[in-house]
Design a protein around this ligand. Structure first.
Ligand SMILES: [Ca+2]
Ligand SMILES: [Ca+2]
Length: 500
C-alpha cells in the first residue's frame, strides 16, 4: 500500500512505539483481504481504565469492514439500508454476524484450508486499531487529521462510504475509525482489574461491544479506546463488522473456568453454574436467554450404577464388561431411559433421607439451562469451537464409539475432554432428556424459559454415540415422546436447593 503517510506529519518516537510495518497479507476464498496481526502486548483502554493486555496468538484481521457484496455471497441476502456493493454491510445484528462467520468458515475452500472465521475479541479489535500507538487515534492525537482516516459526522454526509477509501492505519487496516461501528465477539462489561492474557470478556451479559464509531458519530466517539454497547439482536444502519480469522488448530481451547463443585449422597458430582445471558439457538432461531437463578449441573450423565441405586432396576442395554470387571458395576451412562423414568428418578432421589436432610431437590435441566451449560460461554458449533476434526477428543459419537456408550466416570482412562466449565459428555455418549416440551422458541429476549406449556414430545439434547457430528452441535434440538425407550437416550440432572 503506498501513500500511507499522505497528509500526516512524520511520526515522532515519543508517540509511536512501532514504525509503520508491512505485515503479511492474504486473501480468503471470497476475496476478502487479511493482514496477519502479530502476538504482542499493549495498553488497552484509556486513562485510569488502561490495562496491560497480552495477546499470545497471532491472528488474521480483515483489512476492511465486511462489504455488502461479501455479505451477500455468503448469506444470500442484502440487509443494508444504504446500498452499495463495496459499502460496508449494515443493519446486521451480532447474531447475524456470528452466523456469517460460521457459514464463511464452512465454505469448502475455507474448511479445506483450516480457516475459522469469527468476530474479533474486543482486545484484538483495539490492539489492531492502535497498531502500536498509545494515542487517542491509530494515527496520533490530532482530531483535525481524522478526516484523512475516517468517515465520521463531519465528512460522511451521514451515510456509509465504500470501504478502503480513507487511509489505513500503520498495520494496513482501513476504516477502523468510523464508517460503520464494528461488532466484537465479547459481552460488554467492566474490564478485568490488572493485566490480562487473551481476554475474551465476561462469560455472560446482556449487551455486546461495538467499536470504532461510525459515520454518524463525533470525532471523539471514534477513539481507539471508545466502547459502545448494544443487544445481540440490535440492528442499525450504523452497525456492521469485520472478521478475524485463525487457523482451526488455534480455536479449540476456550479458557477453562473452575466452578465450585459438590457431591451428593449417591456420588454424583455437580458444578455450580452462574446466572447469565447467552444467545440460544442458531440462525433465525437465535435469541437472547437470561437465566436469573444459579443451579448445579451434573458433571456427567447419570450412570447405570447411580440409576440402579435409586430405582432398583437397570434398563440399560449398553453394557461394558471391562468396567463391570474393574469396578464391579457398570459405570456407563444409563441408557434406554424414558423421559418418565428420568423424571421419576429425580423425584425418588430428592426423597432419599440424606437428600431431604440436605435440602436437595433434583430435576431435569430446562432446555435453556442445558444449552447454556453445553456452550460454557462459547458461540461456536461446539463447546470447543467449530472444528469437527477434533470432536472425537470431546465426544463419543458414531466415528469413535464402536457402537456403544462409554464410561461416565472421572477415573476412566478413556474419558473424553470436558468443556470449559468442567462438564463431560454434553456432546455425545447418550442423548439427554430436558424438562421442556419441544416447540418453537419464543421471539425476542426471554428470562428463565421453561418451554411450551404442553406438547407431545420432550426435548433431547447433545446427540449420542450413534450419531454423526451434525447432531452433536450445541444448538441442535432432538425430540421424542416421553415414553420413548431407546438405547441412545439417557440423562443428567440439575440440583437445586429447597431453601432449607
Ligand atoms: Ca469502522
Ligand atoms: Ca451426552
Amino acid at each position: 500500500m503506498c501513500g500511507c503517510d499522505r497528509g500526516r506529519p512524520a511520526p515522532s518516537a515519543s508517540i509511536y512505539t512501532l514504525a509503520p510495518i508491512k505485515l503479511p497479507a492474504s486473501t480468503s476464498a471470497i476475496g476478502m483481504e487479511f493482514t496477519l496481526i502479530p502476538a504482542g502486548k499493549f495498553a488497552m483502554g484509556e486513562g485510569v481504565d488502561a490495562q496491560e493486555v497480552t495477546l499470545t496468538k497471532p491472528f488474521q484481521m480483515g483489512v476492511h469492514e465486511v462489504t455488502q457484496a461479501q455479505y451477500e455471497k455468503v448469506m444470500g441476502v442484502k440487509p443494508s439500508k444504504n446500498k452499495g456493493a463495496d459499502n460496508p454491510v449494515e443493519n446486521v445484528s451480532w447474531a447475524d454476524a456470528v452466523m456469517y462467520c460460521r457459514r464463511l468458515s464452512h465454505l469448502p475452500a475455507e474448511k479445506a484450508a483450516g480457516n475459522v472465521y469469527r468476530l474479533p475479541t474486543e482486545a484484538e479489535w483495539e490492539y489492531a486499531c492502535r497498531a502500536g500507538t498509545k494515542t487517542k487515534y491509530g494515527f496520533g492525537e490530532n482530531d483535525s487529521w481524522l478526516g484523512d482516516y475516517a468517515w465520521f459526522d463531519e465528512n460522511s454526509g451521514y451515510k456509509t462510504h465504500p470501504v478502503g477509501i480513507k487511509l489505513p492505519n500503520d498495520w494496513g487496516l482501513h476504516d477502523m475509525h468510523g464508517n460503520v461501528l464494528e461488532l466484537c465477539q465479547d459481552w460488554y462489561g467492566e474490564y478485568p482489574s490488572g493485566a490480562a492474557t487473551d481476554p475474551t470478556g465476561p462469560t455472560s451479559g446482556s449487551m455486546r461491544v461495538f467499536r470504532g464509531g461510525s459515520f454518524g458519530n463525533l470525532a471523539a466517539a471514534c477513539r481507539s479506546a471508545n466502547r459502545f454497547e448494544g443487544g445481540s439482536n440490535k440492528r442499525s444502519l450504523s452497525i456492521g463488522f469485520r472478521v478475524a480469522m485463525s487457523p482451526s488448530s488455534q480455536t479449540n481451547n476456550p479458557t477453562p473456568i473452575t466452578l465450585p463443585e459438590s457431591a451428593d449422597s449417591i456420588g454424583m458430582k455437580f458444578k455450580l453454574i452462574p446466572t447469565g445471558t447467552f444467545t440460544m439457538g442458531e440462525g433465525d432461531e437465535a435469541h437472547n436467554v437470561t437465566l436469573t437463578k444459579p443451579f448445579q449441573m451434573g458433571v456427567r450423565e447419570v450412570t447405570q450404577e447411580q440409576y440402579e441405586k435409586v430405582m432398583g432396576v437397570n434398563p440399560s442395554i449398553c453394557f461394558d464388561p471391562t468396567s463391570a470387571i474393574i469396578y464391579g458395576h457398570s459405570v456407563n451412562p444409563a441408557d434406554s431411559i424414558t423421559w418418565d423414568d428420568a423424571s421419576a428418578f429425580c423425584r425418588r432421589l430428592s426423597a432419599l433421607p440424606a437428600e431431604k436432610a440436605a435440602g436437595n431437590v433434583y430435576r431435569l435441566p430446562t432446555e435453556a439451562e442445558w444449552e447454556f451449560c453445553c456452550r460454557a460461554g462459547t458461540t461456536t458449533d461446539y463447546s470447543f469451537g467449530d472444528d469437527r476434526s477434533v470432536l472425537g477428543q470431546y465426544a463419543w459419537f458414531h466415528a469413535n464409539s464402536e457402537k456403544t456408550t462409554h464410561p461416565s466416570i472421572e477415573y476412566s482412562s478413556d474419558s473424553r475432554k470436558p468443556n470449559a466449565w468442567g462438564l463431560y459428555d454434553m456432546h455425545g455418549n447418550v442423548w439427554e432428556w430436558c424438562q421442556d416440551w419441544h416447540g418453537k422458541y419464543p421471539r425476542g429476549s426471554v428470562r428463565d424459559p421453561t418451554g411450551p406449556t404442553s406438547g407431545s414430545r420432550r426435548v433431547l439434547r447433545g446427540g449420542s454415540w450413534g450419531d454423526s457430528a451434525e447432531y452433536l452441535r450445541s444448538a441442535f434440538r432432538g425430540r421424542d415422546e416421553p415414553s420413548s425407550r431407546r438405547y441412545v437416550i439417557g440423562f443428567r440432572v440439575v440440583l437445586i436447593s429447597s431453601g432449607k
